[in-house]
Design a protein around this ligand. Structure first.
Ligand code: F1P
Length: 345
């Protein structure tokens, strides 16, 4: 078995997974619209664990930005164990996200949400036989996101794209919902463009730590790519909101630091200034949009859709670093594909 063969296949097959997911979302369009939060709820909560918690952060930010609804993200363990500091006494739409559909914390959070009659549950997951896929008023299953490897890659981007589709429909942005169908083809081209760069930086043994900077919905994506770097290559890695990095964490920048920016279009000048400061401190700096080839597709793609393309590029950097260190990204150190707590503890 070649080390990382599953992870490699899953990263490179994301565009096909996205195309298949879009068919599922189109088939559920009416059911999704029937849960439009503006008509029925006072706020929207998103939840998941690990990667899918970071996805929840990105999805909540994007939903609030486009619908104007109050949206928040919590780790499922918070909704389960600290409900009073998580929930407000308002009618809630809870969007629960899970690749496996059987993570204990997520099941517990959804179970208590329903028992306490806090509102309506919508689930996004990849396996139709798993418990979560039967708990929601609406359960959207995305089999094309299923994976063999432990660290999420294809599952994450497929579930994230699906969360964007929900937001676009709820916001009445049928134009953006339709534009999603461009993503698979652009995704293939970005992956082809980015692979040499990702292999180069992933194999650079002079780098000993990575910082991933992202603001708005891109902060959740930065947190996910930082987790990929940890899970796949056992490298110190942390995410920050762009301008936050100056408020202390930049003290960690050395010649062996790589600062990777998931830049926006709207705030690019502020974000580039942070990267320029870190370059002055001697750190290696990467503008992921430019280096990953995304900028070639910028004008035609809406910012929210374009941000999905950061995922395969960042995943490839972590993958190639894992390979250069002789590790197996299919089987990350200490990790299981699903965290199931025996006896619920
Ligand atoms: C959640 C999760 C993953 C993590 C690891 C363990 O799984 O924490 O995010 O990368 O695989 O499980 P799920 O609820 O999304 O299946």
């Amino acid at each position: 078995m070649e080390k990382g063969q599953f992870t490699r296949q899953e990263i490179f097959s994301q565009p096909e997974a996205w195309a298949a997911a879009l068919k599922v979302l189109e088939a559920n369009r009416q059911e999704i619209l029937a849960l439009s939060p503006e008509r029925h709820f006072e706020h929207v909560l998103y939840t998941g664990c690990g990667s899918t918690y970071y996805l929840a952060m990105a999805a909540a930010t994007q939903c609030q930005q486009l619908t104007g609804m109050a949206c928040r993200a919590f780790p499922a363990s918070e909704l389960w164990l600290n409900p009073s500091s998580s929930y407000a006494l308002r009618k809630t739409l809870l969007v629960a996200i899970s690749r496996s559909g059987e993570t204990t914390e997520t099941l517990q959070a959804c179970g208590s949400f329903l028992e306490d009659k806090r509102g309506t549950l919508l689930t996004l997951s990849c396996y139709d036989q798993m418990p979560l896929a039967r708990m929601g008023t609406l359960n959207i299953i995305l089999p094309s996101g299923q994976e063999q490897s432990v660290a999420q890659t294809r599952a994450f981007s497929t579930l994230y794209l699906s969360s964007l589709a929900l937001t676009f429909l709820w916001a009445g942005r049928i134009d953006l919902f339709t534009l999603l169908s461009d993503l698979p083809e652009v995704g293939h081209r970005v992956i082809d463009l980015a692979t040499p760069f990702a292999s180069d930086i992933g194999s650079d043994a002079s780098i000993d730590r990575f910082y991933w900077l992202g603001s708005g919905a891109r902060y959740g994506l930065a947190a996910e790519l930082s987790l990929k770097m940890k899970e796949m290559s056992l490298t110190h890695s942390e995410p920050f909101h762009f301008l936050e990095f100056r408020h202390g964490p930049k003290s960690m920048v050395t010649g062996s630091t790589c600062v990777i920016g998931l830049q926006s279009t709207v705030n690019r000048k502020y974000e580039s200034a942070v990267l320029a400061d870190m370059q002055t401190l001697g750190g290696r700096v990467v503008e992921l949009g430019q280096a990953g080839g995304l900028d070639r597709f910028g004008p035609g793609l809406d910012e929210s859709i374009r941000s999905v393309l950061y995922l395969p590029v960042g995943q490839l950097i972590a993958f190639y670093r894992s390979q250069s260190k002789g590790l197996d990204p299919d089987l990350p150190n200490n990790l299981d594909a699903v965290v199931k707590l025996s006896g619920g503890v």
